[in-house]
Design a protein around this ligand. Structure first.
Ligand code: DOR
Ligand code: ZN
Length: 437
């Protein structure tokens, strides 16, 4: 029997086709069949009333941590993808800092099998650059490429040795896959738990300077030029990083970058537990370990630079860096706490504050969550063209809600946004025509 879903009367925004209009959308057997101002209900079709709602391609997240195998107490592929679906995502790319790391065929095969068995949405694995993510010896990159990894990363750690990075970028050029680097010069960041600035001084915490990121970004750009490889800068967070990327792009070097929702909306003030910028402060909770993330939350000038460069197209897309941790990992001193924020379920609501304040068009936001990451992947997803997979996100841009991490589907309750009032709520997510949220 054929399955049909008719989404009626929503504002359909599909940046890939330049569509922004009130229309109906019909899915048949998991594929997009038609978009039209008025489609009459076919026999046996399910109807979804989307009046007052925005209908967009399913969001794509190039960077998240699903923790499986090895740290299933933090997250699993099943819980992480269910959380992603609740956040409007229909494709996620899983970082390889699992235990063991995704540095060989059997671990990647395990992840692919688990995804097939338990994931609600599409999962693409990312392979480790080096064995054990130790930065000493390259993984069997071409074997991993054969299994379908979408790129390589030692994320959580940088590739410190420039010669190893050079070799990895050489393979990148051959395999036509990006090297996704977590840029951080270890000796400049050693022992640091937040951004270096007035808040770190006030709180007596060791900070990492913007240069810890920028020095390695500059190095990687140089090595990309030398090798012809494609370097992708994970979670860009400083004004200086953007300047380097902008000039490298202008000279045709293969460099791309992403920014997270938190680096677009929060500053280091969140570590003080007050002045959470755009979000209502909950309390005066200094040393909030839920605001400890790497790269750290930066200052207002950096945040403004992130917003401007996303609008200007210098930043290629938004990625969550969803990094779920358990209570035990976070109920520690600030210094001892794990780095990371659980992001998937707050991404849209926090990003919509930029739209609400007139800092970003909703069409740009959707483009940066759909067609732009799809271009990076080189795959025919993230659009609503006829015949493509029925991956659709429906959200209410005006609905407000208060963040309560206890209601998260993710096992990671670690968010600095607890108690924040967000505007913009996911109403439904369809993956291959099936409602998964
Ligand atoms: O905050 C972070 N958490 N940054 C990273 O690079 C790694 C991640 C994690 O795996 O927890
Ligand atoms: Zn990461």
């Amino acid at each position: 029997m054929t399955s049909k879903t008719l989404i009626k009367g929503g504002r359909i925004i599909d940046p890939a086709q330049g569509i922004d209009q009130i229309s109906d959308l019909l899915m048949v057997d998991g594929l997009i069949e038609e978009i039209n101002t008025s489609i009459s209900k076919p026999r046996n079709a399910e109807i979804f009333n989307a009046e007052g709602l925005i209908v967009s391609p399913g969001f794509i997240d190039i960077h998240c941590h699903l923790r499986e195998p090895g740290e299933e107490y933090k997250e699993t592929i099943e819980t992480g993808t269910a959380a992603a679906a609740a956040g409007g995502f229909t494709t996620v790319c899983a970082m390889p800092n699992t235990q063991p790391a995704m540095d060989n065929q059997s671990v990647v095969e395990y992840v692919l099998r688990k995804a097939k068995e338990t994931a609600l949405i599409r999962v693409f694995p990312i392979g480790a650059i080096t064995i054990g993510r130790k930065g000493k010896q390259l993984s069997e990159m071409s074997e991993l490429a054969d299994l379908g990894v979408i790129g390589f990363s030692d994320d959580g750690d940088p590739v410190e040795d420039p010669n190893i990075m050079r070799q990895a970028l050489g393979y990148s050029a051959d395999l036509k896959l990006p090297i996704i680097n977590h840029c951080e010069v270890p000796s400049l960041a050693e022992g640091a738990s937040m951004n270096e600035g007035w808040v770190s001084n006030r709180l007596g915490l060791k900070g990492m300077p913007a240069s810890a990121e920028e020095v390695m970004v500059a190095r990687d750009i140089s090595l990309a030029e030398l090798t012809g490889g494609h370097v992708h800068i994970a979670h860009a967070s400083t004004r200086g990083t953007i300047a380097l990327i902008e000039s490298a792009k202008a000279t045709g070097i293969k460099v791309t970058c992403e920014v997270t929702p938190h680096h677009l909306t929060l500053t280091e003030n969140a570590v003080m537990g007050h002045g959470k910028d755009d979000f209502q402060p909950l309390d005066n909770n200094a040393y909030d370990t839920n605001a400890k993330v790497n790269p750290p939350l930066r200052n207002k000038s950096d945040v403004n630079s992130m917003i401007e460069s996303l609008n200007a197209g210098i930043i290629d897309f938004i990625a969550t860096d969803h990094a779920p941790h358990s209570a035990v990992d976070k109920m520690t001193t600030f210094q001892d706490s794990s780095f990371g924020i659980s992001v998937l379920e707050t991404a849209l609501g926090s990003l919509m504050t930029l739209v609400d304040k007139g800092q970003m068009e909703v069409n740009t936001l959707i483009k940066k969550l759909t067609s732009d990451p799809a271009t990076f992947l080189g795959k025919n997803i993230g659009n609503l063209k006829n015949g493509t997979s029925g991956d659709i996100t429906i959200f209410d841009p005006n609905a407000t809600w208060t963040v309560d991490p206890q209601n998260f589907i993710s096992k990671g309750k670690n968010t600095p946004l607890e108690g924040a009032l967000l505007k913009g709520k996911i109403k439904a997510t369809f993956f291959q025509g099936i409602k998964v949220y």
